[in-house]
Every structure is written in structure tokens, then in C-alpha cells.
Ligand binder design. Structure first.
Ligand code: ADP
Ligand code: MG
Length: 450
């Protein structure tokens, strides 16, 4: 028998906990179950979407650590945890759903109630770190609507692809089977309800939604304060949920952050899986831009794509806006789209994009980048291992946020603005004199923005 601390996995795990942020570690490494002997390491994961996402994120890292820590060639496999799948709520995963079992049928408009944009598909949705979790959850729903994640609650900032994803689900399900899909924006749902109440047709309204095998509601944050909508949705939800019909919602914030929401509704929002989409990182933005350009038939040189995606960072809709503008100017003037042209045309758009990252975010990033504790950062302590990251933080705050030196000083342990000024000068000089340090700071600034 291997002693626990000698096992290959415990070494890998130890190393992973150093290499990846703790939140990620908790989410991705802790749930794993392991079987190992001297020939093989079997890694069991809780479900399919986890499996796909885990493989794309960490498989290489795990394999390379295994090679590093084991003397012999070891066989590594990633597998579904069958026990987990079958055990806690067997009915949920074992009983086939009436939807999944429906026979394949070609497009049948009657089965869609609501407008689904055919352009929003999985094929043209670019997956990156910022959205892979959510994307995987959506994919899992395709395989077994009503069974795996019910409801699915997608949240994320404006223009990050929430609507795209739920339309993609509807498009894919629509092609695959005969399920009855109802799609509404939250406002449409509310307006219909109001009209139904006015005309005394609430029963018909109810029946219409309760017929759905899949109910999709976009932007439910608008239901804050709308009591009768919440009440009606509550009953519809219960009814569909009991029949194992799939419910999917999006929101620009978490259920807990939506104000004026009845508690019982809030709790139902979060009953299934709450999946978030984060703003895309640089690589993903670039990939999206290149893809969108291709769809639009616009030729984008690499340096232009990089320029736009490094400047337009907030959301994908703005990225598309930049492309549209560029394309329009190019076709109107007949000029070639090169870097100079792009800079000129996008001037207005990009100048507005003043960075303003909060000091709190910068401090959090300092903690994980330099491994210094928050308490030390804001303390009076002056030893180099603490004072130095603190100075880098002040410098970063000056560069990336719109706050005064006095505010920066206050946030870093009530220091006055001359201390901040001193810190910034010092870091600037250091950057000039040491290219290695300059690189480090550059990496840190990218890490903050990412
Ligand atoms: P949200 O509903 O989150 O506000 P949308 O789904 O409307 O955002 O997305 C805004 C635009 O960005 C859409 O045109 C969508 O196609 C595009 N988009 C967002 N994320 C992606 C992605 N990962 N890949 C391709 N296009 C994307
Ligand atoms: Mg939307």
C-alpha cells in the first residue's frame, strides 16, 4: 500500500495547489476522485461537462506533473465517476426524459414559440476560458434536457454571449428533436401577462407556457419589482420543473444580486446550475474577432485584429461594433484596412475606453501575484518583501484606475500622497533600469486586466 503522502496524486495535487488559484483549485481539483497504482492513475470526475472542461484546462498540466513525479511510464485516464452518477439522485440521471426520447424530426416551426435567431449557433460561438464552463453546461443540456442542470441560470455582463448561447441551445434542440420550445425575453413575458390579465385570458397564457418542454427566458433581472410576473413565473416554474421540463434563464447578475425579488423565486433561480460568463481574455477576443470578420467577409490583417482586440476589451458586442465600423468605412472609401486606417477609423471608439480598474481588484491581484497577504499590504510594515509589492500596487493603481494619489495612499494602509508619489517614481526608475523587472510589471498589468 502506498502511504497517502507518498502517492503520486498527492504530489501532483500539492503542486497544482501552488500553480493554480485557490478558487480554481477548489472548483476543479477537489471534486476529483483518484485510483492509482504503480502503472496507472485514474482520475474520476463528477459529470460529463466537467470532464470536457477539465480535460481542456488541466489535462496537460496533470500529465506533465505525473511525468515529473513518477519514475516509470504511467497511464493516466480521465473518467466519469459512475458511482457519483448513479448514486445521490438516481432518478434524475437514470430515467430517460420524455424530451430526449423524442424521435428526430426536421425543422417544424410549430415547435418554436418565440423568435430564435438562426445566426446564433454553437458553431459560431467561440469558446475560451471565460465562457467554457457555461458553454459546457449548455452542451450538457442538449444531451439530456430537463435532467442534468435544471434550471440553468446563466449570468454575466452585457454583451458577453448569454443570448447567443440560449439561442444556440434552442437552434440545436430544434434540429435534433421534436421538443416544444418557448422562448421569451423577460419583458415579452411580462407584457403578455399584463395583456392577458387585462383581457381576462390568464388561463390561456398559463397553458401556453405549461405546454413547453423547454422554457427559455432572457434577462430575468428585469423582473425585479414585478410582483405579478414573479408570481406567475413561480407557478409556471413549479409546474414545468415537476414534469422535468428544462428551464433556462439568463441575467446580467446573480440571483442573490437581483433586488426586489421574492425569496421563493430567487431560490428557484438558483436550484439547478448557476453558470457565469466572464469577459473574454485577449486571445479569445482575437479569435472571436477573426471569426466574425470571416463571417462578414472582411479581411483582417493580424496586426489589425490584435490592435482592436487589445483595445476593445469590455465586451463582444463592442468588438463587433468596431468591426462593423471598420468595414463600413473601408467600403465607403474603398481603402484597404490596415493598421493606420484602423487606428484612424476607430479613434473615437477606442479613446473612450479609459481604463478604470478598482484598487480592490488591483490589491487582490497583488495578493495572488506576489503571494503577499492583504493584511500585510495595508499594514505599516516596511520590510522589502511587503513594501515592494505594495509599491508595485500603487504604481499599477496610478496607471489603471482613475483615482487620486491620496485615494491610493488611503487604500494602501492610510499612507499620504507623498508616499504614493515616491513609490511610483521608484517603480518607474526600476522599470527603466531593469528590463527583467519591466517585463515583470508588464506581466502583472496584463494579469490585472485579464
Ligand atoms: P448578452 O446577451 O450576454 O448581452 P449577446 O449574446 O447578445 O450578449 O452577445 C453580443 C454579441 O456578441 C452577439 O452578436 C454574439 O454573437 C457575440 N458573442 C458574444 N460572445 C461570443 C462568442 N464567445 N463567440 C462568438 N460571438 C460571441
Ligand atoms: Mg442578451
Amino acid at each position: 500500500m502506498l502511504k497517502q503522502e507518498d502517492s503520486l496524486w498527492s504530489k501532483i495535487q500539492q503542486q497544482l495547489s501552488d500553480e493554480i488559484p485557490s478558487a480554481q483549485f477548489d472548483a476543479w481539483v477537489r471534486p476529483l476522485k483518484i485510483k492509482e497504482d504503480q502503472y496507472q492513475l485514474q482520475i474520476f470526475v463528477p459529470n460529463r461537462f466537467f470532464l470536457d472542461a477539465f480535460k481542456s484546462r488541466y489535462a496537460e498540466q496533470v500529465k506533465s506533473l505525473a511525468r515529473q513525479f513518477s519514475t516509470s511510464d504511467i497511464n493516466i485516464s480521465f473518467e466519469l465517476d459512475k458511482y457519483l452518477l448513479a448514486s445521490p439522485e438516481p432518478e434524475k440521471t437514470v430515467v430517460p426524459s420524455n424530451i430526449a426520447a423524442l424521435p428526430n424530426k426536421v425543422h417544424n416551426k410549430k415547435n418554436i414559440d418565440g423568435f430564435i435567431d438562426p445566426r446564433f449557433t454553437f458553431e459560431n460561438f467561440i469558446v475560451g476560458k471565460s465562457n467554457e464552463f457555461c458553454h459546457a453546461a449548455c452542451q450538457a443540456i442538449l444531451d439530456a434536457p430537463g435532467q442534468v442542470y435544471n434550471p440553468l441560470f446563466i449570468h454575466g455582463g452585457v454583451g458577453l454571449g448569454k443570448t447567443h448561447l440560449i439561442h444556440a441551445i434552442a437552434n440545436a434542440l430544434h434540429q435534433g428533436n421534436n421538443a416544444h420550445i418557448a422562448y421569451r425575453t423577460s419583458e415579452q413575458f411580462t407584457n403578455e401577462l399584463i395583456a392577458a390579465i387585462r383581457k381576462g385570458g390568464t388561463e390561456a397564457f398559463r397553458q401556453r407556457y405549461r405546454k413547453a418542454d423547454i422554457l427559455i427566458i432572457d434577462d430575468v433581472q428585469f423582473w425585479a419589482k414585478k410582483r405579478s410576473t414573479q408570481e406567475e413565473f413561480f407557478h409556471t416554474f413549479n409546474c414545468l420543473y415537476e414534469e422535468r421540463k428544462q428551464i433556462i434563464m439568463t441575467s446580467d447578475r446573480l440571483p442573490s444580486e437581483i433586488g426586489h425579488l421574492e425569496e421563493r423565486v430567487r431560490s428557484r433561480f438558483a436550484w439547478g446550475l448557476v453558470a457565469d460568463i466572464q469577459p473574454p481574455d485577449l486571445e479569445t477576443r482575437q479569435a472571436i474577432l477573426v471569426d466574425k470578420a470571416e463571417i462578414a467577409g472582411v479581411e483582417l490583417q493580424d496586426d489589425v485584429a490584435l490592435y482592436i482586440s487589445s483595445k476593445v476589451t469590455r465586451n463582444v458586442r463592442e468588438l463587433e461594433g468596431a468591426l462593423t465600423r471598420l468595414n463600413a468605412h473601408a467600403s465607403l472609401t474603398g481603402k484597404e484596412i490596415n493598421l493606420d486606417f484602423a487606428k484612424k477609423v476607430l479613434q473615437g471608439l477606442i479613446v473612450e475606453e479609459v481604463e478604470n480598474i478598482s484598487i480592490q481588484v488591483i490589491q487582490k491581484r497583488l495578493v495572488s501575484f506576489y503571494g503577499v497577504s492583504f493584511e500585510n499590504l495595508v499594514s505599516k510594515r516596511r520590510q522589502k518583501s511587503i513594501a515592494f509589492p505594495r509599491q508595485v500596487g500603487m504604481y499599477a493603481a496610478r496607471k489603471l484606475s482613475n483615482v487620486s494619489m491620496a485615494d491610493i495612499g488611503a487604500a494602501f494602509g492610510n499612507r499620504d500622497h507623498t508616499t504614493v508619489l515616491y513609490a511610483i517614481r521608484k517603480i518607474e526608475e526600476e522599470i527603466k533600469s531593469s528590463p527583467i523587472f519591466a517585463k515583470e510589471v508588464e506581466r502583472f498589468l496584463i494579469f490585472i486586466r485579464d
